[in-house]
Design a protein. Structure first.
Length: 424
Protein backbone atom coordinates (compact mmCIF):
# COMPACT_ATOMS: atom_id res chain seq x y z
CA UNK A 1 0.00 0.00 0.00
CA UNK A 2 2.81 2.39 0.94
CA UNK A 3 4.70 1.69 -2.29
CA UNK A 4 1.54 2.34 -4.31
CA UNK A 5 1.07 5.70 -2.59
CA UNK A 6 4.69 6.61 -3.31
CA UNK A 7 4.22 5.66 -6.96
CA UNK A 8 1.04 7.75 -7.18
CA UNK A 9 2.88 10.73 -5.72
CA UNK A 10 5.74 10.29 -8.18
CA UNK A 11 3.32 10.04 -11.11
CA UNK A 12 1.44 13.08 -9.80
CA UNK A 13 4.67 15.07 -9.56
CA UNK A 14 5.58 14.17 -13.12
CA UNK A 15 2.10 15.05 -14.36
CA UNK A 16 2.33 18.45 -12.66
CA UNK A 17 5.74 19.08 -14.25
CA UNK A 18 4.35 18.07 -17.63
CA UNK A 19 1.44 20.52 -17.28
CA UNK A 20 3.73 23.35 -16.18
CA UNK A 21 6.19 22.62 -19.00
CA UNK A 22 3.39 22.41 -21.56
CA UNK A 23 1.97 25.77 -20.47
CA UNK A 24 5.42 27.37 -20.67
CA UNK A 25 5.90 26.07 -24.20
CA UNK A 26 2.42 27.03 -25.42
CA UNK A 27 2.53 30.52 -23.92
CA UNK A 28 6.07 31.14 -25.19
CA UNK A 29 5.22 29.99 -28.71
CA UNK A 30 1.97 31.97 -28.88
CA UNK A 31 3.80 35.12 -27.82
CA UNK A 32 6.84 34.50 -30.04
CA UNK A 33 6.66 34.84 -33.80
CA UNK A 34 8.22 31.91 -35.66
CA UNK A 35 11.13 34.02 -36.92
CA UNK A 36 12.07 35.38 -33.48
CA UNK A 37 15.05 33.60 -31.91
CA UNK A 38 15.06 31.24 -34.87
CA UNK A 39 17.84 30.04 -37.12
CA UNK A 40 17.75 30.79 -40.86
CA UNK A 41 13.97 30.62 -40.73
CA UNK A 42 13.55 31.92 -44.26
CA UNK A 43 15.69 29.11 -45.63
CA UNK A 44 13.68 26.44 -43.81
CA UNK A 45 10.41 27.97 -45.02
CA UNK A 46 11.73 28.07 -48.59
CA UNK A 47 12.44 24.32 -48.37
CA UNK A 48 8.91 23.58 -47.14
CA UNK A 49 7.32 25.76 -49.80
CA UNK A 50 9.48 24.24 -52.55
CA UNK A 51 8.33 20.72 -51.68
CA UNK A 52 4.70 21.81 -51.43
CA UNK A 53 4.78 23.50 -54.83
CA UNK A 54 6.85 20.89 -56.67
CA UNK A 55 5.04 17.67 -55.79
CA UNK A 56 7.64 16.81 -53.11
CA UNK A 57 10.54 16.71 -55.56
CA UNK A 58 13.75 17.53 -53.70
CA UNK A 59 15.25 20.96 -54.40
CA UNK A 60 18.76 21.42 -55.84
CA UNK A 61 21.21 20.92 -52.97
CA UNK A 62 22.88 24.31 -53.33
CA UNK A 63 19.86 26.15 -54.72
CA UNK A 64 18.78 27.54 -51.34
CA UNK A 65 20.13 28.40 -47.92
CA UNK A 66 18.87 25.20 -46.25
CA UNK A 67 18.27 22.90 -49.23
CA UNK A 68 21.23 20.72 -48.25
CA UNK A 69 19.39 19.30 -45.23
CA UNK A 70 17.80 15.83 -45.25
CA UNK A 71 14.13 16.19 -46.27
CA UNK A 72 11.98 14.45 -43.64
CA UNK A 73 11.10 17.49 -41.52
CA UNK A 74 10.19 19.51 -44.59
CA UNK A 75 8.11 16.68 -46.04
CA UNK A 76 6.17 16.43 -42.79
CA UNK A 77 5.53 20.19 -42.67
CA UNK A 78 4.74 20.74 -46.37
CA UNK A 79 1.18 19.30 -46.08
CA UNK A 80 0.41 21.92 -43.41
CA UNK A 81 1.45 24.65 -45.82
CA UNK A 82 -0.68 23.03 -48.54
CA UNK A 83 -3.62 22.86 -46.15
CA UNK A 84 -3.34 26.58 -45.47
CA UNK A 85 -3.18 27.29 -49.20
CA UNK A 86 -6.22 25.07 -49.83
CA UNK A 87 -8.20 26.93 -47.16
CA UNK A 88 -7.24 30.26 -48.68
CA UNK A 89 -5.13 31.36 -45.75
CA UNK A 90 -2.33 33.88 -46.09
CA UNK A 91 1.21 32.54 -46.09
CA UNK A 92 1.73 34.10 -42.68
CA UNK A 93 -1.18 32.12 -41.24
CA UNK A 94 0.08 28.93 -42.91
CA UNK A 95 3.50 29.44 -41.30
CA UNK A 96 1.79 29.87 -37.93
CA UNK A 97 0.10 26.51 -38.50
CA UNK A 98 3.55 24.98 -39.07
CA UNK A 99 4.68 26.62 -35.84
CA UNK A 100 1.76 24.88 -34.10
CA UNK A 101 3.33 21.57 -35.12
CA UNK A 102 6.50 22.72 -33.37
CA UNK A 103 4.50 23.36 -30.18
CA UNK A 104 3.05 19.86 -30.38
CA UNK A 105 6.44 18.20 -31.01
CA UNK A 106 8.02 20.22 -28.21
CA UNK A 107 5.36 19.09 -25.73
CA UNK A 108 5.70 15.44 -26.82
CA UNK A 109 9.48 15.75 -26.44
CA UNK A 110 8.92 17.03 -22.89
CA UNK A 111 6.71 14.01 -22.20
CA UNK A 112 9.43 11.67 -23.50
CA UNK A 113 12.03 13.34 -21.30
CA UNK A 114 9.83 12.92 -18.22
CA UNK A 115 9.09 9.31 -19.20
CA UNK A 116 12.82 8.65 -19.26
CA UNK A 117 12.94 10.03 -15.72
CA UNK A 118 10.32 7.52 -14.59
CA UNK A 119 12.52 4.75 -16.03
CA UNK A 120 15.69 6.00 -14.37
CA UNK A 121 14.51 6.71 -10.85
CA UNK A 122 12.95 4.34 -8.34
CA UNK A 123 9.82 5.22 -6.39
CA UNK A 124 11.83 6.14 -3.27
CA UNK A 125 13.88 8.68 -5.24
CA UNK A 126 11.12 11.29 -5.37
CA UNK A 127 13.39 14.30 -4.78
CA UNK A 128 15.77 13.14 -7.48
CA UNK A 129 12.94 12.59 -9.96
CA UNK A 130 11.58 16.06 -9.20
CA UNK A 131 15.01 17.64 -9.68
CA UNK A 132 15.55 15.84 -12.97
CA UNK A 133 12.04 16.64 -14.19
CA UNK A 134 12.31 20.31 -13.24
CA UNK A 135 15.39 20.71 -15.45
CA UNK A 136 13.73 19.00 -18.41
CA UNK A 137 10.62 21.11 -17.84
CA UNK A 138 12.20 24.56 -17.52
CA UNK A 139 15.48 24.56 -19.47
CA UNK A 140 15.07 27.53 -21.85
CA UNK A 141 16.98 25.96 -24.76
CA UNK A 142 14.36 23.19 -24.82
CA UNK A 143 11.46 25.62 -24.59
CA UNK A 144 12.79 27.75 -27.48
CA UNK A 145 12.12 24.85 -29.86
CA UNK A 146 8.36 25.28 -29.37
CA UNK A 147 8.27 28.46 -31.46
CA UNK A 148 10.69 27.55 -34.25
CA UNK A 149 10.28 26.47 -37.84
CA UNK A 150 13.43 24.41 -38.02
CA UNK A 151 14.40 20.76 -38.50
CA UNK A 152 15.82 20.74 -34.96
CA UNK A 153 12.24 20.44 -33.72
CA UNK A 154 11.68 17.01 -35.29
CA UNK A 155 15.31 15.96 -34.72
CA UNK A 156 15.02 16.56 -30.97
CA UNK A 157 11.79 14.56 -30.75
CA UNK A 158 13.40 11.61 -32.58
CA UNK A 159 16.54 11.85 -30.42
CA UNK A 160 14.58 11.76 -27.15
CA UNK A 161 12.46 8.86 -28.40
CA UNK A 162 15.58 7.02 -29.58
CA UNK A 163 17.20 7.32 -26.15
CA UNK A 164 14.01 6.12 -24.46
CA UNK A 165 13.87 3.06 -26.73
CA UNK A 166 17.60 2.38 -26.27
CA UNK A 167 17.14 2.42 -22.49
CA UNK A 168 14.26 -0.03 -22.85
CA UNK A 169 16.41 -2.31 -25.03
CA UNK A 170 19.26 -2.09 -22.52
CA UNK A 171 16.91 -3.38 -19.81
CA UNK A 172 15.07 -5.91 -21.96
CA UNK A 173 17.24 -6.79 -24.97
CA UNK A 174 14.56 -7.95 -27.37
CA UNK A 175 14.88 -7.72 -31.14
CA UNK A 176 11.80 -5.49 -31.31
CA UNK A 177 13.36 -2.71 -29.28
CA UNK A 178 16.59 -2.88 -31.33
CA UNK A 179 14.71 -2.72 -34.62
CA UNK A 180 12.61 0.19 -33.31
CA UNK A 181 15.79 2.02 -32.27
CA UNK A 182 17.39 1.44 -35.67
CA UNK A 183 14.29 2.73 -37.48
CA UNK A 184 14.32 5.86 -35.32
CA UNK A 185 18.00 6.45 -36.06
CA UNK A 186 17.26 6.09 -39.78
CA UNK A 187 14.45 8.62 -39.51
CA UNK A 188 16.75 10.85 -37.47
CA UNK A 189 19.37 10.75 -40.22
CA UNK A 190 16.67 11.63 -42.72
CA UNK A 191 15.98 14.69 -40.54
CA UNK A 192 19.44 15.87 -39.49
CA UNK A 193 22.90 14.39 -40.04
CA UNK A 194 23.86 14.66 -36.36
CA UNK A 195 21.64 11.63 -35.70
CA UNK A 196 24.63 9.49 -36.70
CA UNK A 197 25.78 10.00 -33.11
CA UNK A 198 22.72 8.05 -31.96
CA UNK A 199 23.92 5.13 -34.07
CA UNK A 200 27.37 5.36 -32.48
CA UNK A 201 25.80 5.31 -29.00
CA UNK A 202 23.72 2.26 -29.89
CA UNK A 203 26.70 0.41 -31.30
CA UNK A 204 28.79 1.21 -28.21
CA UNK A 205 26.06 -0.27 -26.02
CA UNK A 206 25.77 -3.30 -28.29
CA UNK A 207 29.52 -3.92 -28.18
CA UNK A 208 29.65 -3.77 -24.37
CA UNK A 209 26.71 -6.12 -23.73
CA UNK A 210 28.09 -9.11 -21.85
CA UNK A 211 24.97 -11.26 -22.39
CA UNK A 212 25.31 -11.22 -26.19
CA UNK A 213 27.61 -13.61 -28.02
CA UNK A 214 29.95 -12.24 -30.65
CA UNK A 215 27.75 -13.68 -33.40
CA UNK A 216 24.61 -12.14 -31.95
CA UNK A 217 26.34 -8.77 -31.70
CA UNK A 218 27.43 -8.99 -35.32
CA UNK A 219 23.92 -9.85 -36.50
CA UNK A 220 22.39 -7.00 -34.48
CA UNK A 221 24.96 -4.56 -35.83
CA UNK A 222 24.40 -5.71 -39.42
CA UNK A 223 20.62 -5.49 -38.96
CA UNK A 224 20.79 -1.93 -37.66
CA UNK A 225 23.11 -0.91 -40.47
CA UNK A 226 20.78 -2.38 -43.09
CA UNK A 227 17.76 -0.63 -41.57
CA UNK A 228 19.51 2.72 -41.38
CA UNK A 229 20.81 2.43 -44.95
CA UNK A 230 17.38 1.42 -46.23
CA UNK A 231 15.77 4.48 -44.64
CA UNK A 232 18.43 7.18 -45.09
CA UNK A 233 21.15 5.78 -47.34
CA UNK A 234 19.45 6.92 -50.56
CA UNK A 235 19.95 10.53 -49.46
CA UNK A 236 23.31 10.56 -47.67
CA UNK A 237 25.39 8.21 -49.83
CA UNK A 238 24.91 10.10 -53.14
CA UNK A 239 25.48 13.41 -51.34
CA UNK A 240 28.76 12.17 -49.85
CA UNK A 241 29.93 10.85 -53.23
CA UNK A 242 28.90 13.90 -55.26
CA UNK A 243 30.43 16.63 -53.10
CA UNK A 244 34.07 17.32 -53.94
CA UNK A 245 34.35 19.32 -50.71
CA UNK A 246 33.26 16.68 -48.22
CA UNK A 247 32.52 19.26 -45.54
CA UNK A 248 29.69 20.53 -47.74
CA UNK A 249 28.00 17.13 -47.48
CA UNK A 250 27.32 17.93 -43.82
CA UNK A 251 26.96 21.73 -43.85
CA UNK A 252 25.95 22.71 -47.34
CA UNK A 253 25.95 26.45 -46.66
CA UNK A 254 29.29 26.67 -44.86
CA UNK A 255 30.82 28.72 -47.67
CA UNK A 256 28.57 31.67 -46.80
CA UNK A 257 29.05 31.52 -43.02
CA UNK A 258 31.09 34.47 -41.77
CA UNK A 259 31.16 34.22 -37.97
CA UNK A 260 34.61 32.60 -37.83
CA UNK A 261 36.29 31.84 -34.51
CA UNK A 262 39.87 30.60 -33.97
CA UNK A 263 40.83 26.97 -33.42
CA UNK A 264 43.37 27.97 -30.79
CA UNK A 265 44.20 26.25 -27.51
CA UNK A 266 42.55 29.13 -25.65
CA UNK A 267 39.33 28.55 -27.58
CA UNK A 268 38.98 25.08 -26.06
CA UNK A 269 40.57 25.54 -22.63
CA UNK A 270 39.36 28.93 -21.38
CA UNK A 271 36.29 28.76 -19.17
CA UNK A 272 35.72 31.75 -16.89
CA UNK A 273 32.68 31.61 -14.58
CA UNK A 274 33.22 35.23 -13.57
CA UNK A 275 33.21 36.38 -17.19
CA UNK A 276 29.99 34.46 -17.90
CA UNK A 277 28.28 36.02 -14.88
CA UNK A 278 29.38 39.45 -16.13
CA UNK A 279 28.34 38.67 -19.73
CA UNK A 280 25.49 36.12 -19.50
CA UNK A 281 24.24 36.33 -23.09
CA UNK A 282 25.87 35.22 -26.34
CA UNK A 283 26.53 37.06 -29.58
CA UNK A 284 27.57 35.14 -32.69
CA UNK A 285 29.44 38.08 -34.25
CA UNK A 286 30.81 40.22 -31.40
CA UNK A 287 34.11 39.26 -29.74
CA UNK A 288 33.25 41.45 -26.76
CA UNK A 289 30.74 38.71 -25.82
CA UNK A 290 33.62 36.18 -25.61
CA UNK A 291 32.22 34.18 -28.51
CA UNK A 292 35.67 32.77 -29.25
CA UNK A 293 35.70 30.59 -26.12
CA UNK A 294 33.90 27.38 -27.00
CA UNK A 295 32.91 26.12 -23.57
CA UNK A 296 31.67 29.51 -22.40
CA UNK A 297 29.52 30.00 -25.50
CA UNK A 298 28.27 26.42 -25.30
CA UNK A 299 27.41 26.69 -21.60
CA UNK A 300 25.52 29.97 -21.99
CA UNK A 301 23.71 28.73 -25.10
CA UNK A 302 22.09 26.02 -22.98
CA UNK A 303 20.21 28.86 -21.31
CA UNK A 304 20.05 31.65 -23.86
CA UNK A 305 20.93 30.19 -27.25
CA UNK A 306 23.17 32.44 -29.33
CA UNK A 307 20.98 35.47 -28.68
CA UNK A 308 21.12 38.77 -26.86
CA UNK A 309 18.29 40.03 -24.70
CA UNK A 310 17.15 43.37 -23.31
CA UNK A 311 19.23 45.07 -20.65
CA UNK A 312 16.41 44.63 -18.15
CA UNK A 313 17.08 40.87 -18.26
CA UNK A 314 20.83 41.13 -17.61
CA UNK A 315 20.56 40.77 -13.80
CA UNK A 316 18.31 37.73 -14.13
CA UNK A 317 20.64 36.27 -16.76
CA UNK A 318 23.61 36.65 -14.40
CA UNK A 319 21.70 35.00 -11.57
CA UNK A 320 20.80 32.11 -13.88
CA UNK A 321 24.47 31.65 -14.79
CA UNK A 322 25.44 31.55 -11.10
CA UNK A 323 22.90 28.85 -10.30
CA UNK A 324 23.61 27.00 -13.54
CA UNK A 325 27.27 26.75 -12.53
CA UNK A 326 26.22 25.24 -9.20
CA UNK A 327 23.93 22.83 -11.03
CA UNK A 328 26.88 21.91 -13.27
CA UNK A 329 28.94 21.01 -10.19
CA UNK A 330 26.13 18.69 -9.07
CA UNK A 331 26.13 17.13 -12.53
CA UNK A 332 29.90 16.53 -12.39
CA UNK A 333 29.48 14.92 -8.97
CA UNK A 334 26.61 12.77 -10.21
CA UNK A 335 28.53 11.74 -13.32
CA UNK A 336 31.55 10.63 -11.30
CA UNK A 337 29.36 8.64 -8.89
CA UNK A 338 27.35 7.03 -11.69
CA UNK A 339 30.45 6.11 -13.68
CA UNK A 340 31.95 4.48 -10.60
CA UNK A 341 28.87 2.72 -9.23
CA UNK A 342 26.54 2.20 -12.21
CA UNK A 343 28.74 2.11 -15.28
CA UNK A 344 27.13 -0.90 -16.97
CA UNK A 345 23.60 -0.35 -15.69
CA UNK A 346 23.54 3.18 -17.12
CA UNK A 347 25.78 2.73 -20.13
CA UNK A 348 23.30 4.32 -22.60
CA UNK A 349 23.37 7.52 -20.53
CA UNK A 350 27.16 7.53 -20.20
CA UNK A 351 27.68 6.73 -23.88
CA UNK A 352 25.24 9.47 -24.90
CA UNK A 353 27.12 11.99 -22.78
CA UNK A 354 30.59 11.10 -24.00
CA UNK A 355 29.73 10.54 -27.67
CA UNK A 356 27.67 13.71 -28.05
CA UNK A 357 30.22 15.89 -26.25
CA UNK A 358 33.03 14.52 -28.40
CA UNK A 359 30.87 14.98 -31.47
CA UNK A 360 30.22 18.60 -30.49
CA UNK A 361 33.92 19.36 -30.03
CA UNK A 362 34.84 17.70 -33.35
CA UNK A 363 32.03 19.57 -35.11
CA UNK A 364 33.18 22.91 -33.68
CA UNK A 365 36.79 22.20 -34.70
CA UNK A 366 35.85 21.13 -38.22
CA UNK A 367 33.44 24.05 -38.68
CA UNK A 368 35.04 26.95 -36.75
CA UNK A 369 32.09 29.32 -36.49
CA UNK A 370 30.57 30.70 -33.32
CA UNK A 371 27.17 29.39 -34.41
CA UNK A 372 28.69 25.87 -34.35
CA UNK A 373 28.93 26.14 -30.55
CA UNK A 374 25.19 26.18 -29.83
CA UNK A 375 23.82 23.73 -27.28
CA UNK A 376 20.82 23.12 -29.58
CA UNK A 377 22.98 20.72 -31.62
CA UNK A 378 23.29 18.51 -28.54
CA UNK A 379 19.90 19.15 -26.97
CA UNK A 380 19.65 15.44 -26.10
CA UNK A 381 22.35 16.06 -23.48
CA UNK A 382 19.71 17.80 -21.35
CA UNK A 383 18.56 14.28 -20.38
CA UNK A 384 21.87 12.97 -18.99
CA UNK A 385 22.57 16.43 -17.55
CA UNK A 386 19.33 16.32 -15.59
CA UNK A 387 20.00 12.74 -14.55
CA UNK A 388 23.51 13.45 -13.29
CA UNK A 389 22.31 16.48 -11.36
CA UNK A 390 19.70 14.35 -9.63
CA UNK A 391 22.23 11.58 -9.02
CA UNK A 392 24.63 14.12 -7.52
CA UNK A 393 21.91 15.28 -5.15
CA UNK A 394 21.16 11.69 -4.13
CA UNK A 395 24.71 10.98 -2.99
CA UNK A 396 24.91 13.99 -0.65
CA UNK A 397 24.26 13.91 3.13
CA UNK A 398 20.60 14.70 3.97
CA UNK A 399 21.11 18.31 5.10
CA UNK A 400 23.31 19.22 2.15
CA UNK A 401 20.93 17.32 -0.10
CA UNK A 402 18.11 19.72 0.73
CA UNK A 403 20.39 22.66 -0.04
CA UNK A 404 21.16 21.11 -3.43
CA UNK A 405 17.46 20.57 -4.11
CA UNK A 406 16.93 24.23 -3.26
CA UNK A 407 19.62 25.23 -5.76
CA UNK A 408 17.89 23.27 -8.52
CA UNK A 409 14.52 24.71 -7.50
CA UNK A 410 15.81 28.30 -7.64
CA UNK A 411 17.58 27.65 -10.94
CA UNK A 412 14.51 26.20 -12.63
CA UNK A 413 12.28 28.91 -11.14
CA UNK A 414 14.60 31.53 -12.64
CA UNK A 415 14.35 29.75 -15.99
CA UNK A 416 10.55 29.92 -15.79
CA UNK A 417 10.67 33.59 -14.82
CA UNK A 418 13.03 34.30 -17.71
CA UNK A 419 10.72 32.63 -20.24
CA UNK A 420 7.75 34.54 -18.80
CA UNK A 421 9.69 37.82 -18.93
CA UNK A 422 10.22 37.35 -22.67
CA UNK A 423 6.47 37.67 -23.19
CA UNK A 424 6.32 41.31 -22.02
Amino acid sequence: MRSRLVQMKANGDVLLLFLVGSVLRIVYAIATKYDVRGHDVGGHIDYIVYLARNHYALPPVHGGLEYYHPPLYYMVMAPLYQLGTFLGWSEETSFTLIQSASIFLSIVTLALGLWIGLLLFEQKDRLQLLSYGAIITALPSLIFFAARINNDVLASFLAFLSLLVLLQWWRRPGAGWWIFFSVLVGLGLLTKSSAVLLLVVGWVCLTVRADFSLGRKFLALALSLLIVLAIAGWFHIPRALQETDKKLALIGNRNILTNFVPNSSEAFFVFSPAAMVRIPFNHAFEDSFRRMYFWEFYFRSGLFGEFQFEDRLLPLGSVMIVFALEVLLLAVLGFSVAMRNSFIALLPMHATTVVWLIGMVVYRYAYPYSSSQDFRYTILLSVPLGYYVARGIGCLPPRIQMVAVGIVAVFTACCGIFITALLT
